[in-house]
Design a protein around this ligand. Structure first.
Ligand SMILES: Cc1ncc(COP(=O)(O)O)c(C=O)c1O
Length: 402
């Protein structure tokens, strides 16, 4: 077994492309609920959820059955938006019923970055303007368009080597009311996470999203919310926008939206979305977007969240994590929305050290793209109270040894 695993690791290093010089190299044999296991049977608490994907837990039976059923009926038949495919129609109808009016037209894609690309194109097409504004310390994906919207100057570390990127993009400071003036009649859209994830979990100041909405409406710019990480219950509401009572013109969804399968979407009103049908016709097209098996998985996951009232318990579970960890002398601060927590340790040295302790003791966590002084807690939303307590005990063990 050991030799076989070593061969697999060697093949991984030789043939699976990597983007970091020191991959974790933990082999996954099985994942179930809030855990995954190596072939040697070592158990890890999953505090990343595939980066906010596995909200309904690993190997959720409702999702697994929906995937098998749909794969038996049909998989791929024709590019998106031509044929009537039941899993797409039913999922789009459910999502439209969960989102506030007028967000009732769903364009399915394969990933978060693609959802962002589609939303940006739609905003340019609808407004006939070119300027696109994002927030500093935002992450929206790795394609050229999505990457162009990584805010300046922090995003430069990733963007600089890949220029030229999209023209006419600029970033403003999230939560800065004065900088909203930079949104003008030239602006096609403002792309914003209602609460910033990769910045290290930064919540909106009271009234900020309202003011952003008002400014966009005033100047005729479209407001796009990126709920790729916050959507599907992570923030304690099905969508963070309802937590703050602000409705965008377009919302981007992905990650947990596919129930563990690759699925993204941008959602808007029928009126705005309708512009993709003409001048030019086929304004945005995709071969695999809205794959029936992925839609069946996403639909089953959303129905599971609703049927089992999972989201109703997210805020309480997040607060339990917070209360059990806050007060530890090595915890400087906890920033949190629902079950997305950034536990601030105050230095990257401490953070790197705790990451090693975590791996040794069976916890998979991570830091944030723009914040390497805090570790992430974003477990599957189905985590139980006893699992939270057991996990916190392990975390405290590691904090004690810092
Ligand atoms: C807020 C946000 N937007 C967009 C993306 C990109 O999604 P994907 O990796 O599916 O392209 C991510 C991924 O981490 C994200 O966190």
């Amino acid at each position: 077994m050991k030799t076989q695993n070593n061969i697999l690791r060697r093949q991984f290093l030789s043939h699976v492309a990597q983007t970091s010089p020191a991959p974790q190299l933990i082999e996954v044999a099985k994942a179930e609920g809030v855990y995954f296991y190596t072939p040697e049977g070592k158990r890890y608490f999953d505090l990343i959820s595939g980066v906010s994907v596995s909200n309904v837990g690993h190997a959720n039976q409702s999702v697994v059955e929906a995937v098998c059923r749909q794969a038996r009926d049909y998989m791929h038949v024709m590019v998106y938006g031509e044929m009537v495919e039941r899993p797409q129609v039913e999922y789009a109808t459910l999502i439209a019923s969960l989102l506030p009016e007028p967000l009732n037209s769903v364009y399915f894609l394969n990933s978060g970055a693609e959802a962002v690309e589609g939303a940006l194109k739609l905003a340019k097409r609808y407004t006939a303007r070119t300027e696109m504004i994002s927030m500093r310390r935002a992450y929206h994906g790795s394609t050229h368009g999505a990457m162009s919207m990584m805010g300046f100057p922090e995003g430069e570390e990733w963007k600089n080597a890949f220029r030229p990127l999209l023209p006419d993009c600029k970033a403003i400071e999230y939560n800065n009311f004065d900088e909203l003036e930079q949104i003008t009649e030239r602006t096609a859209c403002v792309l914003c996470e209602p609460l910033q994830g990769e910045a290290g979990v930064r919540l909106p100041k009271e009234g900020y999203l309202d003011a952003l909405r008002r400014r966009c409406t005033e100047v005729g710019a479209l407001l796009i919310f990126d709920e790729i990480q916050t959507g599907m219950g992570r923030s304690g509401e099905m969508f963070a926008m309802t937590k703050y009572g602000v409705t965008p013109d377009i919302v981007c969804l992905a990650k947990a939206f596919g129930g563990g399968m690759p699925l993204g979407a941008f959602v808007s009103s029928n009126e705005i979305m309708g512009t993709l049908q003409h001048d030019p016709v086929l304004g945005h097209i995709t071969t695999f977007g809205g794959h029936p098996v992925c839609c069946a998985a996403g639909l089953a996951a959303a129905q599971y969240l609703i049927g089992n009232k999972v989201v109703e318990d997210v805020e309480r579970k997040g607060a339990l994590f917070e209360s059990l960890l806050l007060g530890h002398p090595n915890v400087v601060e906890i920033r949190r929305s629902g079950l997305l927590l950034a536990v601030e340790l105050g230095s990257s040295e401490r953070l790197y050290k705790i990451m090693d302790l975590f791996i040794e003791r069976g916890i998979l966590s991570d830091w944030f793209l723009y914040c390497d002084t805090a570790f992430r807690i974003s477990p599957p939303l189905v985590i139980s109270d006893s699992e939270i307590r057991e996990c916190v005990e392990l975390i405290i063990n590691c904090l004690n040894d810092l």
